[in-house]
Ligand binder design. Sequence first.
Ligand SMILES: Cc1cc2nc3c(=O)[nH]c(=O)nc-3n(C[C@H](O)[C@H](O)[C@H](O)COP(=O)(O)OP(=O)(O)OC[C@H]3O[C@@H](n4cnc5c(N)ncnc54)[C@H](O)[C@@H]3O)c2cc1C
Length: 504
Amino acid sequence: MGSGLGGLCCGALAARHGLEVVVLEAHDRPGGAAHGFERRGFQFESGPSLWGGLGRWPSTNPLAQVLRAVGESVPVVSYAEWGLLLPEGQLRIGVGAEPFLEAVQQLRGTAAVEEWRAFMAWLEPYCRAAGALPLLAMRPGLGMAGVLGARGSAALLRQAPRLAALGGAFGPMARRHLRDPFLLHWVEMLCFLISGLPMDQTSAAAMATLFGEWFEPNASLDYPLGGSPAVADALVRGLRRHGGELRTRAAVRRIRVEGNRAVGVELETGEHLDARLGVVSNASPWDTLDLIAPQDLPRRWARQTAATPACASFLHWHVGLRGAGLEQLPIHHVWVGDWQRGIGAERNMLVFSMPSLLDPQLAPEGHQVLHAYSPANEPWELWRDLEPGTAAYDTLKAERCGLFREVFAQLVPDLADRIVLELQGTPHTHRRYLRVHQGSYGPAIGADRSPFPGGNTPIDDLQLCGAGVFPGIGVPPVAVSGAMAAHSFVPAAQQKALIRELGL
Ligand SMILES: Cc1cc2nc3c(=O)[nH]c(=O)nc-3n(C[C@H](O)[C@H](O)[C@H](O)COP(=O)(O)OP(=O)(O)OC[C@H]3O[C@@H](n4cnc5c(N)ncnc54)[C@H](O)[C@@H]3O)c2cc1C
């Protein structure tokens, strides 16, 4: 239930293993946060814009591994530079170790360069350990030994101490090695972009994976041609190729539970579907609770899940603009207003993504398409009591989203004359289209406290997948949770055969 990237990975992989799968999606199209929409010839994205590891094989990206498993791939354009609007000024920084050092040299001088080099040298074996972990081999309960062969298990054992060190937060690791304020701010920014949390709560494993990819020789980022919907479509093709079905406009009203076992679902239309093996919910854990009748809810689990703190939400700015003269801009810009306010402060960080610079099909000729968002720093509380469509709501929306124009005009001074189409989204928009509690990015579970909860639930044959469960928020993690949910219905031997076939 739910066709976010986690749900689609789960469905496609389960179908690949020969299970009978129906993916039920409330919206009229698949993808969840990664869905797209069209207005007047502009192809807009609604979510992820930073992708890596999709354009090559072998790849450590679990999404690429799932795509491979179901016989699909997504054509990408690689790029190696992004733009930054920081308190230090406007920068263009190349992806990878050396280009970043050039920027550090210019901004902070040789001592900071040496500090960063030493940190990276120290981190490198941890990055290798994180990259060596074949996450698709994980089974619910978090083990993977039964699935890896003897060679894989031995390799894993060798990495065990480093992997154990990656079990906590990244902040203390960075602080132990870095003193330069810019370098610490840089790490803080990357952490927040990855997790929606400060570095003292961001998973060290997630950051080691990121640095492992970005700091490889010839590192690059990938943009999927066609945008994020192309990734969702590839997974849907993989699902269908293996006999699975996707039903859109099929909102689930109730997960039917009998004798503590998930036996099927009831749609909002009243239709009942029976599940022979079980139900996987790609709705957030909070929203999944609302789909289970109170008398069927195990109390402790319900209490714990309901009490999980939520990351903040998003503002979205979708713009179609005349594009002449913008061709030299990098596809992405990240803006940070003031480091001293703290990385998670509201109205202090924005992400701008103009994918038509790499994929001109996304905008009418001579135009560019822009999706900007405030990454998980827009407080739900500001919006909770406002009704969309009211004057108060519209006033706040115009006021809060005005920041996008203000900041982007630093890059494109004649912005106002170029805009031909402008749409704004609030946490209510985010909640409405993704059906997610408070329009949240996902659970605010600090890696300094505990890992994300696994996808197992105390209700038999009910699994969760997506950004609400282990390993957490973001495209690669939700692919892992989707694979784990699928594999919970598949014997370990079958999973092992797949891991061997993929060469992981
Ligand atoms: C603006 C934005 C930018 C991001 N940028 C990046 C990035 O650059 N890189 C990165 O790695 N990650 C990024 N992320 C995070 C990443 O996109 C998400 O963590 C991930 O896509 C979430 O996937 P999911 O499986 O949890 O499902 P979701 O995307 O949350 O989708 C859940 C689906 O379930 C459906 N559903 C819910 N309830 C029901 C129901 N009752 N019946 C039927 N269907 C239901 C919803 O309609 C939805 O389609 C970004 C996220 C956002 C919002």
